[in-house]
Design a protein around this ligand. Structure first.
Ligand code: HEM
Length: 490
């Protein structure tokens, strides 16, 4: 790499970084857990360094202050997405999350999608006992999940909870996006759950064509598989959106698709450029569908794994539930009165850091960072895992200890909770943070209110993740038994 670049007649340094091989760059050095390798490299090169992944220079950013500099203070300069082969499948040029086209129309797109999510979150529930439609959908799904857990446990003893969790979360997303839930054995539903899974696996396996551009022209399965999965998913979503367009009634918003149509077909929209066309509506639903599915179900898989690994923590959550809400179905507003449960969820986010990096960013203009010159279109990785395991912020970061988030009065330490980096921050921050936090809270509390979860006798639990865009735990089995009401004997 060129260590010194000349810009506007001034000598400007490029960030430090390891020596790299021609063509493959530093790809082979990353190992099975790149976020850990990059944490090690930070010890030598500091918070900001430069690698070459294949032929692509990649800026790596670590450390809370430097991450804030990049995502907040200098956010506009780092708000783009790189032109990666895998993203081009997912995006087809229109995606909110992956498209390389950052600018005014992207900002409008994000605003419209946020408004649609908010409209729906505030939409009235059908039943008077729920505060909103989202709460109602989640409550319905968790009650089905409890039944499935009990059935699986009584049939098989130990069982792998992954499928049941994925179906329950997928159903929340389907209900949110299309106002429709499916039976867990419905073929169309299972096909879509599997396609989403295949898409994620295919996009998570480092696609060599992302980093060695000439490979994208080769007709290889590893390079082109995501395109087929994406098309199948897009077809399913397009069908639902078209059906909604035909039956839309502005006085009766059924779901996110209706909410998006409502925003976009609003006759008060000042000009055509203030809105999305129908194919952009389809791609936005696609973005929300994809983003709200794997993230939440992976978080729940981790949560249940920690709960059976640390039965004493499970017992404390149940004690808090029994003492503060008893047998009444949990509601979003109960988050305020269950601080230990909230602390547990924050500790799962921090300790598992199942999204180790944000989606890759890209510079939108030449800029400087920490005194280094960063050219326009530099792919940028934000190492959230490092921030969540930084010893200068977290006492004994490798320990799983929800109590770290409580103050001496056993209240939630909100400023520490905000230091956990899992939804990103700034312009590209996750759009679904509130939905996700509320949904995860209801799933965990409603399951623990009714069930005691246990590891199978003699089973060894492994807390090392499988690396990917979203890191899942290795498959594990648990046993579920109905609790006698009000007891907390996990
Ligand atoms: C983006 C985390 C759930 C919608 C992101 C990003 C992260 C993230 C790290 C990338 C931020 C960046 O690039 O800087 C999570 C986690 C979730 C979750 C940990 C659950 C535990 C959801 C849900 C939805 C959603 C439920 C929607 C219903 C989105 C969208 C983006 C995004 C649309 C793209 C934003 C953009 O490119 O500007 N999320 N997310 N997410 N998320 Fe989430």
């Amino acid at each position: 790499f060129v260590r010194a670049l000349r810009s506007k007649g001034r000598k400007q340094l490029s960030p430090p970084g390891p020596w790299s091989f021609p063509i493959i760059g530093n790809l082979l050095q990353l190992g099975d857990h790149p976020y850990l390798t990059l944490m090690e490299m930070r010890k030598k090169y500091g918070d900001v360094f430069l690698l070459k992944l294949g032929m692509v220079p990649v800026l790596v950013v670590n450390g809370m202050e430097m991450v804030k500099q990049v995502l907040l203070k200098d956010g506009e300069h780092f708000a783009g997405r790189p032109n990666m082969h895998t993203f081009s499948f997912l995006a087809e040029g229109k995606s909110l999350s992956f498209s390389v086209n950052y600018g005014e129309s992207w900002k409008l797109h994000k605003k419209i999608a946020s408004k649609a999510l908010r409209t729906l979150s505030n939409a009235e529930a059908k039943s008077s006992t729920c505060s909103c439609l989202l709460e109602e959908h989640v409550t319905e799904e968790v009650s089905e999940l409890v039944t499935v857990f009990v059935e699986l446990s009584s049939k098989n003893g130990g069982f792998d909870p992954r499928n049941a969790i994925t179906c329950a979360v997928a159903n929340v997303v389907c209900a949110l996006c299309f106002g429709k839930r499916y039976d867990h054995s419905d073929e169309e539903f299972l096909k879509i759950v599997k396609t989403n899974d295949d898409l994620l696996k295919a996009s998570s396996a480092a696609n060599p064509a992302d980093f060695i551009p000439c490979l994208r022209y080769l007709p290889l399965q590893i390079i082109n598989a995501p395109r087929e999965f994406y098309r199948a998913l897009n077809g399913f979503i397009a069908l639902h959106v078209r059906d909604h367009l035909a039956t839309y009634d502005k006085d009766h918003i059924r779901d996110i698709t209706d909410a998006l149509i409502n925003v976009c077909h609003n006759k008060y929209a000042a000009t055509k450029t203030d809105t999305l066309n129908d194919s952009e509506i389809i791609s936005t639903v696609n973005d929300l569908f994809g983003a709200g599915f794997e993230t939440v179900s992976t978080c729940l898989c981790w949560s249940f794994l920690y709960l059976i690994h640390y039965p004493e923590i499970q017992a404390k959550i149940q004690e808090e539930i029994d003492g503060n809400i008893g047998l009444k179905p949990p509601r979003f507003e109960d988050r305020k009165i269950l601080p230990y449960t909230e602390a547990f969820i924050s500790e799962v986010f921090r300790h598992a850091s199942f999204l180790p990096f944000t989606i890759p960013h890209c510079t939108t203009a030449d800029t400087t960072l920490n005194g280094y010159f960063i050219p326009r279109k530099t792919c940028t990785f934000i190492n959230m895992y490092q921030v969540n395991h930084d010893e200068t912020i977290w006492d004994n970061p490798s320990l799983f200890r929800p109590d770290r988030f409580l103050n001496e009065n056993r209240e939630l330490n909100k400023s520490l909770v905000e230091k956990v980096l899992i939804f990103g921050m700034g312009i590209r921050k996750c759009l679904g943070e509130d939905v996700a936090r509320n949904e995860i809270f209801i799933f965990i509390t409603a399951v623990l209110q009714q069930l005691k979860l246990k590891k199978c006798p003699r089973a060894k639990l492994d807390l090392t993740p499988t690396y990917g865009l979203v890191m899942r735990p290795k498959p594990y089995q648990l046993e579920a038994e109905l609790r006698s009401s009000g007891s907390s004997s996990a």
